[in-house]
Design a protein around this ligand. Structure first.
Ligand code: NDP
Length: 330
């Protein structure tokens, strides 16, 4: 089986030399085990954090070991009656072509008319993140103004669409005019290209003259500063991610306007989606319905071949994706 290993810990933006491709022999399957061929794998910004040797909510990747991440595969040999040949399975055994397992922490996918790859995106972890942040953290209400950063990405593109379905006025920020045009087609009310808009605080004030009730934070840095400047009294910020800081080699100074939290009596709450996983069935039912009714568009950017997985991953930090970035294994 082919696999991608972490060769060295990245300094700043990761590059191809931080990854190594290896061929490993897999043992024959024993009783209760089965062999899976991966069809799709996910690359996600959080993986950058796991490349750093530090204590966090999840253990760091080890040098010389295969990387891990969400993957959808098909059982091609089986000695386990719960996972017969042909079953489609979801696992954390991405970054490799095949693996042998006894089924621990492997879930079988339900039969759905949409592509199984969406279980890595809109119907999987990123979609669940968008839904959790808006419903369970920020408690977005109809009629409110929502601002979403990294709005054309996996989480953001779902957050803006759920925001509209919840009756909010939605403002989005993205990194290109092409993305801005596209995100408007998803029903967003106002879009800012943060790379060309000049002063982000002023651009946001123009897009939300009455202020922002809820900020869905994916980026950090200047985005957080601008959002704080434009929050309404008693606004809420769901802190999902700070991708602008993941490749920093020195710590980014915090926003200089944190006193806005006091003056505006803001509520700021970070969250990790896995702690909310007990609510996945509720989310999946709702999202499945929205997808079936055509109310949510499932966006993805697909790179082909395991060898291109590092490039797809690095592309997340260069804005190469629209919707969920995934790799199709061939
Ligand atoms: P995305 O699909 O949004 O991919 C990353 C996008 O971020 C890029 O396409 C790019 O879009 C934007 N971006 C990259 N670098 C910068 C930068 N320096 N400044 C501004 N924008 C940047 O990734 P996800 O949807 O998977 O993740 C979005 C955020 O949510 C991340 O911060 C991630 O860590 C977080 N997250 C948190 C979870 C949790 O449980 N708390 C779970 C899942 C994700 P553009 O072209 O617009 O710049």
């Amino acid at each position: 089986a082919k696999q991608i290993q972490l060769k060295s810990r990245p300094e700043g933006l990761p590059n191809a030399n931080n990854f190594a491709e290896a061929e490993v022999a897999l043992a024959a399957i024993k009783d209760g085990e089965f062999l899976v061929k991966n069809l799709w794998m996910s690359v996600d910004p959080y993986m950058r954090g796991r490349m750093i040797d530090r204590k966090s909510y999840i253990a760091p990747f080890e040098i010389g070991a295969v990387l891990e991440g969400g993957a959808i595969g098909e059982v091609i040999e089986s000695n386990n009656s719960e996972f017969p040949v042909g079953s489609k399975v979801n696992s954390m055994h991405g970054w490799r072509s095949h693996y042998v397992t006894d089924g621990t922490e492997i879930t079988r996918l339900p039969q759905t008319p949409i592509s199984e790859s969406h279980f890595l995106g809109v119907l999987g972890m990123p979609g669940m993140t968008a839904w959790t942040g808006l419903n369970r953290i920020a408690e977005l209400k109809s009629g409110e103004t929502l601002f979403v950063s990294a709005a054309s990405g996996a989480v953001g593109s779902v957050a803006v669409q759920i925001g509209k379905l919840m009756g909010a006025r939605v403002i989005a920020s993205v990194g290109s005019d092409e993305k801005a045009e596209h995100i408007k087609s998803l029903g967003v009310d106002a879009v800012i290209n943060y790379k060309t808009c000049g002063d982000l605080t002023a651009a946001l004030a123009q897009a939300a003259p009455e202020g922002i009730d809820v900020y869905f934070e994916n980026v950090g840095g200047e985005h957080l500063t601008a959002a704080l400047n434009n929050m309404k009294d008693h606004g809420r910020i769901a802190v999902c991610g700070m991708i602008a800081q993941y490749n920093d080699t020195v710590p980014t100074p915090g926003p200089a306007n944190l006193a806005q939290i006091i003056m505006k009596k803001l509520k700021i709450e970070g969250f990790i989606v896995f702690e909310h996983w007990a609510h996945y069935p509720e989310f999946a039912k709702q999202m499945g319905q929205w997808l079936a009714e055509g109310k949510v568009t499932a966006e993805q950017t697909v790179y082909e071949g395991l060898s291109n997985a590092p490039e797809a991953f690095i592309g997340l930090f260069e804005g190469k994706n629209r919707g969920k970035m995934i790799v199709k294994l061939t």
